[in-house]
Design a protein around this ligand. Structure first.
Ligand SMILES: C[S@@+](CC[C@H](N)C(=O)[O-])C[C@H]1O[C@@H](n2cnc3c(N)ncnc32)[C@H](O)[C@@H]1O
Length: 218
């Protein structure tokens, strides 16, 4: 997502804590968010937050954590989350990979990867959110028999991701290369709206963590 550095958005991020979790808060367990009895879902790279706000407003009985590494984008998303008045979304501004070591095993009931940066160059493979190290992290933090939901416009990233998931023996539960938001538990993202308006086909897959899943072999 190309967004210019914007000090106002970064100031907003720094000055507003109601729906933001810092890494320190998280380590000190100052938030009951992770211990609540509600199901907890993770979105990595929410961009400006449209998807998560729409999904969370339709699912008030569930909690949603968004992890976004870019400070300006996080500031924009946090403002929108605050304005939504929803209390079931928290944002952390951090690279998910840095966070994953500190996360407890099996805490998430689902993970959303929406229009992740495809990083097409081979030397950037490790940055792809479906590269083997990220899959290991997802396997750790996802509960058994729960799902990773992936949507993208990018055929190359989709095929790469499918190959990685299958190598690690995630179970493929759903695949559609011309997806038109027809799931209840879903919402349009900013990128999705843009691509649909240009006639670009959206690819979606859902994979499940099962007893067979093994990220050590990839
Ligand atoms: C292309 S944008 C997609 C935004 C949004 N999901 C959408 O569909 O409109 C990808 C976002 O992922 C974020 N991102 C990429 N790698 C990340 C990581 N390792 N941890 C957290 N956020 C990440 C980027 O900063 C960017 O905001």
């Amino acid at each position: 997502m190309r967004v210019k550095y914007n000090q106002k958005d970064i100031d907003y991020l720094n000055e507003n804590n109601k729906n933001k979790l810092s890494f320190e808060d998280f380590l000190d367990k100052k938030s009951s968010f992770f211990d609540s009895n509600k199901e907890l879902f993770l979105e990595i790279g929410p961009g400006k937050g449209k998807f998560i706000i729409d999904l969370a407003s339709k699912n008030l009985d569930k909690n949603f954590l968004v992890v976004e590494l870019n400070k300006t984008i996080s500031g924009v998303a946090l403002r929108k989350i605050d304005e939504s008045k929803l209390s079931n979304i928290k944002l952390m501004c951090i690279d998910f990979y840095k966070l994953s070591d500190s996360l407890k095993e099996g805490i998430f009931d689902g993970i959303f990867l929406n229009f992740s940066d495809p990083w097409p160059k081979k030397r950037h493979t490790k940055r792809r959110l479906t590269s083997p190290n990220f899959l290991k992290a997802y396997n750790k933090v996802l509960k058994m028999n729960k799902y990773i939901y992936l949507k993208t416009d990018n055929e190359g990233f989709f095929d790469y991701s499918l190959e990685q998931f299958l190598n690690a023996k995630f179970k493929l539960n759903y695949l559609n290369r011309d997806y038109k938001e027809d799931f209840d538990f879903d919402a349009l993202t900013e990128y999705e709206e843009k691509f649909l308006s240009k006639g670009v086909k959206i690819k979606k897959m859902i994979v499940e963590k099962t007893e067979e899943t093994n990220c050590e072999i990839i």
